[in-house]
Design a binder for this molecule. Sequence first.
Ligand SMILES: NC(=O)c1ccc[n+]([C@@H]2O[C@H](COP(=O)([O-])OP(=O)(O)OC[C@H]3O[C@@H](n4cnc5c(N)ncnc54)[C@H](OP(=O)(O)O)[C@@H]3O)[C@@H](O)[C@H]2O)c1
Length: 319
Amino acid sequence: MTEVTKRILVTGGTGLVGRAIEKVVADGEGRPDEEWIFVSSRDADLTSSSETKALFERHKPTHVIHLAAMVGGLFKNIRSNLDFWRTNIHINDNVLHSAHESGVQKVVSCLSTCIFPDKTTYPIDETMIHNGPPHSSNFGYSYAKRMIDVQNRGYSEQHGRRFTAVIPTNVFGPHDNFNIEDGHVLPGLIHKVYLAKQSGSALTVWGTGKPRRQFIYSLDLARLFLWVLREYDEVEPIILSVGEEDEVSIREAAEAIAEAMEFRGELVFDTTKSDGQFKKTASNAKLRRYLPEFQFTPFRKAVKETCTWFNANYANARK
Ligand SMILES: NC(=O)c1ccc[n+]([C@@H]2O[C@H](COP(=O)([O-])OP(=O)(O)OC[C@H]3O[C@@H](n4cnc5c(N)ncnc54)[C@H](OP(=O)(O)O)[C@@H]3O)[C@@H](O)[C@H]2O)c1
């Protein structure tokens, strides 16, 4: 029997990305020398340094995928910038420092393309994270996430640690948060289409429908996370995204969902609602230098799978 040499602790293991990693590992991408431990806030409140320390003492991980975060869509961010800043700063400092103190060999944390400077040139790349203020709608979340990169550099320079981060674009898939008020745009739209279909009403999309986004399917992101954990040796972060040519408008995303859900009603755009950042086009050139052959699931296929999951799991989905 192969000896287990890697104990991989996944914080945020019950969220959208954590569940996707769990599925990919269970479906055959896990290796015999790896033990995977998925934890949620029930195992430890990571805003508490003592609970975080106890979690690390309990599981003694050699590797960590750090996903736990206060996460939300545009409108929740606008309402709660201070909470996003404080919660995420505490979680990240507790996790990274416990990992350092307990001798974890490698940590992969999760940033996001929505933390990049608002005023920038496109496409955005990994060198531009700190080049100016983020969009005002999510400054709390953005600055807290940027500080992970600062800490990773610090742990590397001062202690020789291999702590790094990935930068995904908008993620979606099964187990997302489908809450219309607080969730991200795509799961929120899926939920709205579900309800509009039930009531026979129009689908109201918030904003003009013109902003553009690169969406990544959670199961594709999960496969990339495994590669980063095993193969990627830089401390500098890496953008995990579909190509620039795969960016879609919110209108196109809504149309893809309507088609997947067989919704035949009208699409209405409520232009009194904020659009958020117009675009945040990211370059995946660095990823492509490492993994030129990686195949992303086509957007419409991934949307279809997510809608099918939501329809089948409506009663228990987060909403
Ligand atoms: N979703 C996106 O579009 C997107 C895009 C780019 C980057 N990201 C990043 O990807 C990572 C995962 O996001 P996600 O969408 O999977 O998030 P999610 O579905 O909202 O899940 C969040 C996870 O964090 C855990 N968590 C939250 N607060 C915690 C606390 N105080 N102590 C311990 N655990 C806590 C939750 O545990 P419970 O289930 O117990 O609450 C849950 O497992 C995050 O770092 C996020 O910033 C997400």
